[in-house]
Design a protein. Sequence first.
Length: 280
Amino acid sequence: MERAELTLLGATVLWGLTFPAMKVSLAYLPPILFLSYRFGIATFLMLLIFREKVLKRESITEGLILGFTLFFGHGFQIVGLEYTTASNSAFITSLYVVFTPFIGYFLIGERIGGKDLVSLITALAGLYLISGANGRIGLGDALTALCALSFAFQIVLVQRFGHSDYLSLSFWQIFWNFIFSTVFSLLSEPLSVPEGIVPWTGLVYTAVFGTVVAFTLQTKYQRETTAYRAALIYSMEPIFGSLSAFLLLGEALAGRSLLGALLIMASVWNEIRRKPEGTP
């Protein structure tokens, strides 16, 4: 594995660790307020690091649209974490890979095929099993599935706005996510300041490592490998998320939940194995 791919793998580990970090922090902060702090810190750090490079006005409106989808994605994800495990959240979030072709079909006219349908059916079966297979989908798992759907919209819209400066567009996404989270939290949640090392550890980790550092590594090194290899590396995120949840929180998948997780991973890998001819 090349240096760039090892670096992307490291970024994926950082993303996987955000699931237990967020889960633990929810005992100390309301969920949307947590997002406000997280993306407020990330916004400040990106301005500090990249300065005027991220402040291009032509990206503001498109960043607003993308920030709206990210707000729903992260909002559904962290509220869902109040009702499900960090392991379930990690695996179900990865369904954005399966949902993306269908959103692309409706928004930008991309073609979908039989393999996409197989992936979707397999993913839905995995979602049912990981949620307990008791005749209904749990609230936390359902909210996390909506999170994955929101992230799929964001991915397709990023492709649609591909003419924009990627660094500036990413900054405005994070900035608007911070604004939306702050407004929603002020209107619906009690205002509080994190107290103690645990919530601040979760906030600093997700803002610094899970957002700014991982994003910077992705931006710098993804261009040095193929899209297929990058997607394959990123698909490891739920595995790292589940492993970190086991090591840090004692969560373990077993029985139907484990089978559901395996089906979800099978659907994700089936979707990303569109390896172009000649790809190394």
